[in-house]
Design a protein around this ligand. Structure first.
Ligand SMILES: CC/C=C\C/C=C/CCC/C=C/CC(=O)SCCNC(=O)CCNC(=O)[C@H](O)C(C)(C)COP(=O)(O)OP(=O)(O)OC[C@H]1O[C@@H](n2cnc3c(N)ncnc32)[C@H](O)[C@@H]1OP(=O)(O)O
Length: 238
């Protein structure tokens, strides 16, 4: 599955819905042995959630958006397929979350790229299931530090903390993803055993999580922070 939503593969409601439909189709295809997620765009795996979906939108729309974010996570984290993230560009926030849902992460060894949960930099708190996914990937202490600082990691740092499993030359990300994938032929039942408690936690609190998101994101102070962050993104470009 090659992500293609220019300019930066931001995860809008529409794009998330497309991703969920694609994953669902693959999940039902008995001939499909697994999934490699990568990006068709240069330099960016995914810029994370589409910030415009969280800025100036109605509570109803925000709720619909958040349900789609949850759905993407539930489908990928709970997938019966062997999943590999072939991270061929930067992957902040929701992009990092998406790659952490996979069984294995291969990243292009380009020091210009970065990956991490940077929500704190936007003035927002990472939701509990983002935090749980990171804890399951890199451990409690690293997650605590990482979330408090909104830390982004270059590939070498990401490998060191275990946020990615392997670094490869930029032009060989696809090759290594397929080679690794071929070595794992059957999805292991230990995957669902390890992930079930985290998945059950969100499933049981799904509606409350949507309500929390909507009331948090529509607050004037949070809208102001997001607006300032958007301005900063645009200025940085010039
Ligand atoms: C009680 C509490 C309960 C619940 C809590 C609720 C919680 C809220 C949780 C919300 C969770 C959020 C997770 C997220 O994913 S938020 C998104 C975070 N993403 C980022 O911060 C990424 C920002 N982008 C970048 O760093 C760079 O763009 C990137 C490195 C990805 C690529 O750099 P490049 O130089 O190639 O491109 P740019 O010139 O920067 O960008 C091109 C245009 O794209 C726009 N852009 C970038 N990122 C986004 C985005 N995520 N959403 C929307 N638009 C984005 C950027 O502004 C440029 O636009 P133009 O200037 O061309 O118009």
């Amino acid at each position: 599955m090659s992500l293609q939503n220019p300019p930066v593969n931001s995860l809008s409601l529409e794009f998330l819905t497309d991703i969920c439909i694609s994953v669902e189709k693959l999940e039902m295809d008995k001939t499909c042995r697994g999934l490699i997620i990568t990006s068709s765009l240069p330099k960016v795996f995914s810029a994370g959630l589409d910030i415009m979906e969280m800025y100036g939108k109605s509570p109803e729309r925000c709720g619909e958006f958040w349900r789609a974010v949850q759905e993407m996570w539930l489908k990928l984290y709970g997938s019966n397929m062997v999943t590999i993230a072939a991270i061929n560009g930067s992957s902040p926030a929701g992009g990092c979350l998406m790659s952490m849902t996979c069984d294995y992460r291969i990243m292009a060894d380009n020091p210009r790229y970065s990956i991490g949960l940077n929500e704190t930099q936007l003035g927002i708190v990472a939701p509990f299931w983002f935090k749980d996914t990171m804890t399951n990937t890199v451990g409690h202490r690293t997650t605590e530090l990482s979330l408090q600082l909104g830390q982004m990691y270059n590939p070498a740092e990401a490998l060191k903390i275990g946020l990615v499993d392997q670094l490869v030359p930029e032009d060989q990300v696809s090759h290594y993803s397929h080679t690794n994938h071929d070595q794992v032929t059957t999805p292991d039942r230990s995957k669902s055993m390890m992930r079930k408690p985290t998945i059950d936690k969100l499933t049981s609190k799904r509606e409350a999580d949507i309500q929390n998101f909507v009331s948090f994101i529509t607050k004037d102070s949070i809208q102001k922070s997001i607006g300032m962050y958007l301005e900063m993104l645009k200025k940085r470009k010039r």
